[in-house]
Design a protein around this ligand. Structure first.
Ligand SMILES: [Zn+2]
Length: 319
């Protein structure tokens, strides 16, 4: 009996538990099919290391990479009325909300934070496509207003990362009302003379494209992002014509004057810092943190050679 419980059973258990290795350690790139190891992928900000395809990234992961030392504090967003229309399709709206909250670990489809990026204080808001398609409901409207108010109060620029399938149909007309509301929020920034920068990520569509996502002072997009009001499939079916290659993608829109920049995600942070410091009239960003001065460097000992002497010595050794 002892032999069975102490030796055989653990062996059997270990054989079976091997199957429980989580399968999500590897992600298949939807573009080129390469299997990407999760750590390698997150180190590269969810950009495929083989073909540079930009996979989705959560607002929290984005902020961790964006802010200095990954440090930021969340800006509180006023809670809207829950389920105002008592909406029900195949599922009740509150049940859909609960499922989305459980799968994402977030409260709603937008995260607002404040912190420093390259020693440049900012307020940032990011939309979460994994939360009910990043849909714009009353909460997202409140989040943008909270972000704009906070930016005005702290006299900081606002950087917004958009990603949405459009308005949230479960909130009907109330979700559409967020288009003028967020437009007014952007206007508040303009009146305060503060920069508003939009980074459009894949996909940004519908009412979001028709309001705050297109009102930036500078419009940047991640490569390959779909940015449109009505999607290509709908247009194709309506006009019964084949659309050109890359239609409504970031690069196409840049070529046609809808965007200012298309920037790779790994270069985005540096670019945002440069743009914001330029707009804010601040000195050029420091590219890296200098090490703290060593005690000896602060007060050189009497016997230490002066700068000129050491330079001469350097030349001698070089020749
Ligand atoms: Zn790939």
């Amino acid at each position: 009996m002892n032999w069975i419980t102490n030796y055989v059973r653990p062996r059997i258990n270990s054989l079976f538990s091997r199957r429980e290795v989580p399968e999500n350690l590897w992600t298949k790139c939807p573009e080129c099919g390469t299997m990407l190891f999760h750590r390698e992928l997150s180190d590269n900000l969810n950009v495929c290391t083989n073909c540079d395809h930009h996979l989705a990234i959560t607002p929290r992961e984005r902020f961790a990479a964006l802010f200095d030392g990954g440090l930021f504090s969340e800006v509180k967003v006023p809670e809207p009325l829950a389920d105002p229309l008592q909406f029900r399709d195949q599922k009740k709206y509150p049940d859909r909300m609960k499922a989305a909250q459980k799968s994402t670990g977030e409260k709603e489809a937008m995260l607002v934070a404040e912190g420093e990026m390259g020693r440049t204080p900012i307020v940032a808001a990011a939309q979460d496509f994994s939360f009910m398609g990043g849909s714009m409901g009353m909460y997202v409207g409140n989040a943008i207003i909270a972000a704009a108010e906070r930016a005005v109060k702290l006299k900081r620029p606002l950087v917004l990362f958009s990603a949405a399938g459009g308005a949230r149909m479960q909130e009907g007309i109330l979700s559409l009302m967020q288009m003028p509301r967020t437009t007014v929020a952007v206007e508040m920034l303009r009146e305060a003379g503060l920069p508003y920068i939009v980074v459009l990520t894949h996909p940004t569509t519908g009412g979001v494209t028709a309001s705050y996502a297109m009102l930036g002072d500078i419009q940047i997009s991640e490569p390959g992002a779909l940015i449109c009001f009505a999607g290509p499939r709908v247009i194709e079916q309506t006009i019964r014509e084949k659309l050109p290659e890359g239609f409504q993608r970031a690069e196409y829109l840049l070529e046609h004057g809808m965007l200012d920049r298309v920037t790779h995600r790994t270069k985005l942070r540096d670019e945002l810092i440069s743009i914001l410091r330029m707009l804010g009239g601040l000195p050029a960003p420091t590219r890296a943190d200098l090490p703290a001065p060593a005690p000896a460097a602060i007060e050189p000992p009497e016997s230490a050679p002066s700068h000129e002497e050491s330079a001469k010595a350097g030349k001698k050794s070089a020749s």
